[in-house]
Design a protein around this ligand. Structure first.
Ligand SMILES: Nc1nc2c(ncn2[C@@H]2O[C@H](COP(=O)(O)OP(=O)(O)O)[C@@H](O)[C@H]2O)c(=O)[nH]1
Ligand SMILES: [Mg+2]
Length: 318
């Protein structure tokens, strides 16, 4: 029994920023669901430098229930940072993340838990099939963004960025989220080698208190983050393979052009080399090729020095 208390079945990680009104109702609801199913659980609330009364509310809730813990950041670092901290602290066999604003329903937890423990999923993402947010600024852009991400990453989820997700314990310990990478956790998990990634249609509710914290800037940042993730996971350990190849091809093309022009000048006579557009193309191609090659070489030197260059996730040993 003591073991169970140390390692709960479920850890619920809740990143939040200025959600003082929602927290009491949310925790009461989670408690109700947990008690109905007799789960051992912990709730980890990560207050990301809120400037409302959220932290005091959390301290009060924590005093009233030993399963509730809180962490408060000194300033606002963003949702990814809060999730990362929560993942670090989570002890449970299954880790569930959810939004603090009561838009995600705790009633989904038992089924999510089941999918991880009994159906063998590594990660299950919620899918807000019927979504109660502004159509123009949320629902439509989100559809486009999800389809682009699906195509680029090969992770077939309808709702990549749903706050409600369930993870096997190993997954949250293996992945690292920072910046605004929380949007792509399923992609990160897939690249880390977790194959069974699924989704579950979840109930979504209207925001009752407070306001949304994500505006338009999320599109640009989100897209740049996707490119970083794709690049780092494919070429992060071998940048020369990308830059070296491109650089060599360009340089070679430039070299051939230069060779041809020299030949034309020497043997076909009468040509004014520098007046031909091809001359500039050849020149440009050689310079860019060299630069790309050097970029790849520098990248290679940097990865050689990175502390996790030999960090691999071992699935099993026999
Ligand atoms: N830790 C942290 N959580 C945040 C931040 N911004 C929003 N959140 C939380 O992320 C969840 C979803 O945010 P919300 O504004 O409702 O986004 P929306 O549902 O897409 O409109 C809520 O629980 C927020 O409190 C932040 O800067 N840091
Ligand atoms: Mg919300």
């Amino acid at each position: 029994m003591t073991l169970l208390i140390e390692k709960p079945q479920i850890s619920i990680v809740i990143p939040l920023y200025n959600e003082e009104e929602s927290l009491p109702e949310l925790t009461a609801w989670i408690e109700k669901v947990m008690n109905q199913h007799n789960y051992t659980y912990e709730i980890i609330m990560v207050d990301d430098g809120s400037n409302d009364d959220s932290w005091n509310v959390i301290k009060k809730l924590s005093a009233g229930n030993k399963n509730i813990r809180g962490v408060k950041f000194r300033r606002n670092y963003g949702k990814s940072a809060a999730l990362n901290k929560g993942f670090e602290k989570a002890l449970g066999n299954v880790v569930i993340t959810m939004d603090a604003d009561l838009q995600d329903s705790p009633d989904e937890i038992p089924e999510l838990y089941d999918m991880i423990t009994n159906e063998g999923y590594d990660l299950v993402s919620g899918w807000k099939k019927k979504r109660y947010d502004s159509k123009l600024t949320k629902n439509l852009p989100s559809k486009i963004y999800n389809s682009v991400t699906r195509r680029l990453s090969g992770v077939k989820l309808h709702d990549m960025n749903c706050g409600l997700k369930a993870y096997r314990h190993d997954v949250v310990k293996a992945i690292e989220v920072y910046g605004e990478m929380h949007r792509y956790i399923p992609v990160i998990a897939k690249w880390a080698g977790f194959k069974k990634i699924g989704e579950k249609v979840v109930v979504h509710r209207k925001r009752q208190f407070g306001v949304t914290k994500f505006g338009w800037e999320r599109f640009i940042n989100g897209f740049l983050d996707l490119i970083s993730i794709m690049f780092v996971s494919r070429f992060g350990r071998k940048p020369m393979h990308l830059f070296g190849t491109l650089g060599s091809i360009l340089f070679l093309a430039g070299f051939i052009i230069a060779g041809y022009l020299a030949y034309a000048k020497l043997f076909l006579a009468g040509y004014r080399m520098t007046e031909r557009p091809l001359f500039y193309l050849g020149l440009l191609s050689m310079i860019l090729g060299t630069q790309l090659f050097v970029a790849g070489f520098l990248g290679e030197l940097i990865t050689r020095n990175s502390s996790d260059r030999n960090h691999y996730l071992v699935e099993e040993e026999a």
